[in-house]
Design a binder for this molecule. Sequence first.
Ligand code: ZN
Length: 629
Amino acid sequence: MTKLSGTISRLVLLSSVLISPMFAASTPAPQISLSVDATEAPRKIFHATMTIPAKPGTLTLYYPKWIPGEHGPTGPIQDLAGLKFTANGKTLPWRRDLLDGWTFHVDVPAGASSVDASLDFISPAGSDEGIYTGGATATNKMAVINWNAMLLYPAGWTSDELSYSASLRLPADWKFGTSLAVASQSGAEIKFAPVSLTMLIDGPVISGQYLKVVPLNPGQTPPAEMDVAADSASALDAPPEVWRHYKNLITQTNALFGAQHYRDYHFLFSLSNHVAHFGLEHHESNDSRLGERTLVDPTGRLLGAGLLSHEFVHSWNGKYRRPADLATPDYEKPMQTDLLWVYEGLTDYLGEMLSARMGERTPEEFRDALAYTAADLDHTPGRAWRNLQDTADGVPSMQDAPREWESWRRGLDYYPEDQLTWLWADVIIRQQTHGQKSLDDFCHIFHGPPSGAPQVKTYTFDDIVNTLNQVAPYDWRAFWTERLTNHGPGAPLGGIEGSGWKLVYDDTRSALVQAVEGERDSVNATYSIGLRLKSDGLITDTIEGLPAAKAGIGPGMRLVAVNGRKFSKGVLQDALREGKNGSAALELLVENTEYYKTYKLDYHEGEKFPHLVRDESKADLLSDIIKAR
Ligand SMILES: [Zn+2]
């Protein structure tokens, strides 16, 4: 998963492929048929009908609650509507569970051997409503079908045991892409081969009027392709180098891991300004969604360069290798998120690294992104009260927190901060082995051969420590314990510094800082006066301990004027520059709940933006890390 917040606008035939002792079947489980009608997708309503084997008495059904990869109870229950149950032609009474809103109890009458259920999934109409697969998923021209939003499953069985025969009806002339095996197709009606509930939910379908299919490794096995749907045909008209870079991604991941744990991989890539923007991983596909012009505008490419590589890495790290306490038998049992610093943190490190190895980011763009990440973490005073481990532990209840006070509350820092800590681990391995080994060797052992169909191999903290020791003996337990419980001050910069680079600040915005400001319609004065604001002056965050916060300014206030002149990005920029090395206070007129006040900031260091510069006293390991293999 990648939630697009934080530093950078930041995703079958066999029914028993998941080999895991906890998932073993004992008695035959129900075979369920599911038909989804997506012909009204442009209206943002999807209709589903199901036939579920049942016995007289109470039938307990679940709407999927804990969604794999979303790391929380995010199943969009508020968007489930039109619920109706019948048996032998009669409507059945039902009631929602009083303790769990995702659970329904249906009275099944004598003589009935199955229940027919119908339901609607009403997809949010605004792109900022709901999160992840519960967010906006359909436009006039395209839709992504996530099965978890459109079905119920009976209690008493694991998701590996339950078998679903699914069919899907699409709007006329819409094409589709998915990792699911197609059993038959007739016009706009597709029947998929029966799969376990696990693999059905693992196999979303992208569809649309404009859908471009790009094979990424023609003639090779296992095959991989991009299925890109967009709101316009022109959004698919990316320069040839884009497709070349994604072909390189397959080569580079093969070199990194030395094996694949998918049979046929599909990048399901949505390009629309009207769907939720995120990436969600699956074993054999990812559901990734960015703005319409992501592949055709240089700014879009700069902002989106790391998303698909991140989601692809998850096929190895997160889906195949998964923390034991995150591998749950169904969607009702809560997940424990303490090892997300591996599941997401290592994926973030490898995804960024691969964005450079595949060529979609230049070395300079990679370093700018790393500098930006490090600088934001260096301006996260919340680490004083909350350690990195807690940012992972707290995800299920914290991930939908607002942006206001983010630097004090802390966000999902196990993504960006673990880019820095896994870089640090990579550097230590290289130093300890005098350049003979690297984190690539860890990936080979931990995620590598043998290749095969999707399966889950769980791990614990000890397995991470032991595998790192196999690559390079070191006190890895102490290293990770310190990194996970450290309270700063400041970001962990040991990896950047050990790799031959230094984090510095000057008055020049990198292309990436400018791109993020443009994308978010925002102004970044984080590293100078400790102020983040929208371009209309609305203050989204202040950094505790820096001049704006010390003067009394906080999130939710609005910057109206700077040194007596109406606020704009340019006016603030000029004032910071002109005040450099002067003595006059920077005067900010701020509106707060209908009251106006002028705050005087004693600040004279000009604008500050992060960059990495070479430290010639050390070997340049970073450039080697991001070099194509
Ligand atoms: Zn992720």
